[in-house]
Each structure stands twice: as C-alpha cells, then as structure tokens.
Design a protein around this ligand. Structure first.
Ligand code: O2Y
Ligand code: MN
Length: 637
C-alpha cells in the first residue's frame, strides 16, 4: 500500500523536500509496533521520498515491480521458455561488488571495533549520514521491506525492517529473506527489530528542485556501508549492489548478528551448512567456514563421487548456531535464497546450482545470449558465438574481455535447489556435529586435520589464511589472514570474538568436533594435488568416521591427520607420493608461519585470549620437539 505525501512538483517548478503527511490512523500495511511506524515516518521525512510503499512480498508485487523495471530498462526479461520469470540486471560498472574499504563499524569506542574494521565515531558518522540521506530519495518511492532472518517464528530467527529506494533491492530481499507481510506480522509492540536504511543516493530532484531523468542503475560515487553495533542499526548509502544493498545478508546476518550473538551467547557465522548421509544411512550435519571465493556454494551442493554418500544443502553462506538445552549446538540458515557467483558455475563444476536456476532468478552482470538467455564463463566449455557482455556491449567468441563480470551473480530461492535437505527450514534448526575451517593454501596446511579439542579448533579458525593469488592483491604468495572467514563480517573486535567462541565452547556439553581442511594445496610444479569438487566427499567420509570413532589418524603438531591406508583414495590418482605432499607438515615453514600468527595476534594486543597464546606456544613447542625427534631418528638411522 502507498502512503500519501505532498506532491514533489513538476520538472519546472522547484520544490523543497516533500513534507510527509502523517496518516491519522495507522495505515493498512503499517506495523503493530509504533516504533516501526515512527521510524518509517522519520526516514520518509529525512530522505524526502515521494511516496512510501510497505512491501507485502506477494507475487502481485513481484509482477508489478519486475514489469516496471523491464519497462524502464533496468531489467531485461529473459525468454520465458528458457528461463521463466527470470531477469537480467546490469549494474553501473563502478558498482559491482561489496566495498570493504567503505564499510564501517561505528562503535562508541574504537577498540571495540578492533584493528581489522574501519571505525568511525557514531556521532561523527551520524552527521555525515544525515547530510547524505537528506533528500536522497526525492522523486522516488521509499519501499518498506520487513524481513525475517530465519524461518518465520523460529526461536533462532531475528527480524529487521529495511527502507530502500531500490526496487532491485526489494526484489532481491524478497528472494533472499522471508520478506513482507509475514515478517511484518511477527513484529509486535515489544518485538526486537533491526532498522536498516538504504539509499542508492541518486535523487531525481536536486536541492534546487531541478528534476533529472533516472538511469538504468542509479548509484553514487560516495559509498558508506555503516553499522552501529550498540544501537543495532544499519545505514547503507551509494550502492545498489549485493552485500551493500541486501541489508539482511552481510550487514544484518553477520555484522549486526555477530554482536547480538556475543551478547546473547550464540554464534553468527560465515558458514555453509550441509547434511551428509553415509552409505549406512547415518546422517550428520557439518558447518564449514571458507573465505569468500573458495567454492562454498560448490561444497554446499556437492555431488559426492564416493558411492553411497549423499550431501544435502541446508545453507551456502551463513549459519546461526545456538547452544540448546541438551548442550548441543543447533543451527539455522537465516537466509531463504542463494546469491551465488555465476562465473565458474557449470554442468561439471556445480550441476545442482545449474538445476536450481531454471527460473524465478535474477541474474546480475552476466552476459545475454542472442536468444535472451544468460551465459557466463564456465557455464559451458564453448562460448556462444555472439553475446551482449555484462555492460550490454557486443561480444564475440575469442574476445579477450570477460563476457560476464567475475562477480556476476544469480539470486534464486533456496527451495528450488534439488539438493535442499528437508530440515533446511526447520524452525528448530539442526544439531551440528562438526565444524570445518578452510582456506586457499598452496602450502603448509594438510588436506584435513582434526583439532585436539575446542580451543585448538578455535586456534585453527583464528588462523585461517590464504596466499595472495594475484599480484594486484599485493605481494604474490604473501599470507592473508581471514580469521573464521569473518574478517569483513565481524561487527566487533575480532579478539573478543575469539574469546566469545571459547566461552561458547565451554557452555557446550556436546560440542561439535573441529577440523581444518584445504582443497588447494599445490605440488612443486604448481599443480593442484587434490581433485576437489565431488572428491571432497572422501574428506567428508573420513571426518564422519572420526565422529563415529571409526577412522585412524596420526598425531602431528597440526592436529590428527588421516592414515593413508584408512582414507578412501582409490580412483583419485592420488598415489603415495602425492599423499605425502598433501599431508606434509614441514617444521621449518610451520615455524615461520607461527611467526606470522604471532604478528596477527600482536595486532590485537592484550585482548587476545590467553588460551590462543597458549595454543601458539604449544604449537611451537611441538614443532620444535618433532624437529628434534626427526633429527635424532635420522641420526640413529
Ligand atoms: O559482492 C557482493 O556484494 C557479494 S559478496 C557475497 C555474496 C554471497 C555470498 N558471500 C559473499 C561474500 O563475499 O562472502
Ligand atoms: Mn559469503
């Protein structure tokens, strides 16, 4: 429904910001929570929006908005025979990804944001935001988007309300969250909810009242993605893209939720969730953290190569995990859709994702085929002869430029994924049996290692790292730490977050076992040692047998690693020599890495939990001892 505001004036009559006309009674579509209504009113006044639309999230709204965006040229309707109810969006080329350098945590004290977050004083940021948002929606509709992160009514779910002037964000939030009336109904007079303000920062009427035409992808060169952890608010300005504009995802479900989780005794994590079932029919749930662009969606939708195994998807990006009354960790996927990277997703790498995106999908920054379907690098082995690239320009097979942007995306409802586990939207969540931490490591980190206990597992999570793979990212090969794969997503001081993990572990009678995995180790010739993809089911097999106490392992300073004889290698081409390389713990390079870990810890000073300093000291001691033993052994030989 649409609230009435003063008219914004014609193109020739300059106007000041429109004045909000308060409805005399709560308008249909407004909230039972008076704070929500008052906040919506304040935001409409601040932004000068021409009107206010409370989103219902129903199919009529979807049909109306998509039709409007097709009409205005912001969306291309794909051929409904190939891809029913699906659309292509092409963003402004300056607005193609999350902007970490423009992402801020505005806690009262800088040390509470910690050295890995950009920090601004809340009062200072509020002044800046007030200036930016004042009049930022002039001439536009402000959409009110109520959303639930987690199944409606789940004890683990959290509610939010986003206001936005981007219909693309509305449609995407409708796919990625439980959005609209059903979420609004959950917000009673005393219900906790997170306000999230978003503007693309492209008003259609300027301060002087001069009107301008809209553009295909409005945005602003000035961008701010800001979070206020103490007051639990999100303010995002200037970008219409992904994590910058779908505020339920990274902003709410990770940055703000990590703070809520700290205060309430649970964990908000950048983790996929899968249910794995062995040939014997025993099911286990694994949560796994990998830094961005490490193939999380592929793992979440894995087709196991090991006969008899089944992997079912619960979530591909975010897990909320809470201790239950039995002292186990219970998890939900707070999202309702996938915002997956398109390039590299193909019939061979991820056939399940390809099946998922049959329709009802918004594609962003991928290429358009002449027959009005989509294409991207890696979708098929051979590119179509002619395409329109992600910018809408002519593209011919053999051209050196990318047809799709490397961060091109598909946004699709999770329920369309054929590998979804029936429990994926169970409001009670699922019990987590194991947690995996992975990075993209060419060296040092073995294929898989089991932590000796929770504190060792937290140490593994805190030291997740990847080598830089492109010179553009810095010195090639240099180690980049991404603790818990949460570096861009932790809403408070990362060292306090480690302490929180240790605290949660102590509160669990039946904690999940923790493992470190690495699919990306390379041999001396630079080639990958492990085939990855569906073959990762062999690692899953070993992990699950470890949970059952049925797999053999060798102790190393890095944790327990598999016995080759007890690891399902047949058919992989991984021989004894390759296995040695895949699992080698080289003392000298591990000791050198300990120095880098110390440097990481030193950035946080005295806030690093003593348990993690002790883990580092113990690792060094074990490495030095194992070096002495090896030297003594070879001397004896
Ligand atoms: O660039 C963006 O806005 C998307 S980033 C993203 C999207 C889905 C899942 N994970 C990520 C990420 O960066 O971790
Ligand atoms: Mn992610």
């Amino acid at each position: 429904m649409t609230l009435t505001l003063d008219p914004v004036g014609s193109a020739t009559s300059p106007v000041t910001a429109p004045t909000y006309v308060a409805p005399t009674a709560p308008a249909a579509g407004s909230s039972r929570n008076s704070e929500v209504n008052a906040w919506v009113q304040r935001m409409a006044e601040l932004t000068g929006a021409a009107d206010v639309h409370w989103c219902t999230g129903d199919s009529a709204e979807w049909t109306r908005l998509t039709a409007q965006l097709v009409e205005s040229g912001s969306l291309v309707r794909l051929d409904p025979e190939w891809r029913p109810n699906s659309f292509l969006a092409r963003s402004d080329p300056r607005d193609v990804a999350r902007v970490e350098e423009r992402t801020f945590i505005c806690s009262e004290r800088e040390e509470d944001a910690g050295p890995t977050n950009n920090w601004r004083a809340p009062a200072e940021m509020r002044i800046q935001l007030d200036t930016l948002f004042r009049g930022s929606m002039r001439g536009r509709t402000m959409f009110v988007v109520p959303f639930s992160m987690g199944p409606i009514g789940s004890p683990l779910a959290k509610l939010g309300v986003q206001v936005t002037d981007s219909p693309y964000a509305v449609l995407s939030m409708g796919i990625m969250t439980r959005m609209g009336t059903q979420a609004l109904d959950q917000i009673g007079p005393d219900t906790e909810w997170v306000p999230a303000v978003h503007s693309v920062g492209y008003p259609l009427i300027d301060d002087a009242g001069v009107v301008r035409d809209d553009v295909r992808w409005p945005c602003n060169d000035t961008k701010y993605i800001t979070h206020f952890p103490e007051t639990r608010e999100i303010w995002s300005f200037g970008s219409g893209y992904g994590g910058n504009s779908l505020l339920g995802k990274k902003c709410m479900a990770l940055r703000i939720a990590s703070v809520l989780a700290r205060d309430e005794g649970w964990l908000a994590e950048h983790m996929l969730l899968v249910k794995v079932t062995s040939p014997a029919g025993r099911s286990r749930v694994l949560a796994a953290a990998f830094p961005s662009a490490c193939g999380k969606t592929n793992f979440a939708m894995m087709q196991p190569s090991l006969p008899g195994w089944k992997v079912e998807t619960i979530g591909d990006d975010i897990a909320w995990m809470r201790p239950d009354a039995q002292g186990r960790l219970r998890a939900i996927n707070p999202e309702r859709g996938f915002f997956g990277v398109a390039p590299g997703t193909g019939e061979t790498t991820n056939p399940t994702a390809i099946d998922t995106i049959w329709g009802n999908t918004i594609f962003t920054n991928v290429a358009l085929r002449d027959d009005d379907d989509v294409w991207w690098e890696g979708m098929t082995d051979v590119a179509p002869r002619h395409l329109r690239d992600w910018k809408g320009d002519d593209w011919h097979r053999g051209d050196s430029s990318h047809a799709a942007h490397p961060n091109g995306r598909f946004t699709v409802p999770a329920e369309q994924c054929p590998s979804m586990a029936p429990e994926w939207d169970d409001p009670e969540g699922v019990v987590v049996d194991a947690i995996l931490f992975g990075g993209r490591r060419a060296t040092n980190i073995p294929l898989v290692a089991e932590a000796t206990d929770w504190a060792h597992g937290v140490f593994m999570g805190a030291t997740i790292s990847s080598e830089r793979t492109a010179a553009a990212e810095g010195t090639l090969g240099e180690l980049r730490h991404d603790p818990f794969a949460m570096l861009p997503f932790c809403g408070y001081n990362m060292a306090d977050y480690w302490a929180h993990w240790l605290r949660v572990g102590r509160s669990l009678a039946h904690p999940p076992k923790i493992f470190q995995v690495n699919w990306f180790r390379r041999g001396a010739d630079g080639s990958f040692l492990w085939p990855g993809f569906g073959e990762n089911s062999r690692v899953v097999d070993w992990i699950v047998r470890r949970l059952d106490g049925r797999a053999l392992a060798t102790w190393t300073p890095a944790g327990h690693i598999p016995w080759r004889e007890d690891f399902a290698l047949e058919g992989t081409g991984v021989d004894e020599d390759i296995w040695e390389e895949l699992t080698a713990i080289d003392t000298a390079s591990w000791l050198a890495e300990c120095d880098l870990t110390e440097q990481l810890f030193d950035r946080f000073g005295r806030r690093v939990p003593h348990e993690l300093r002790a883990q580092l000291a113990s690792l060094r001691w074990k490495l030095e001892r194992s070096a002495e033993t090896t030297t003594a052994d070879s001397a004896a030989a």
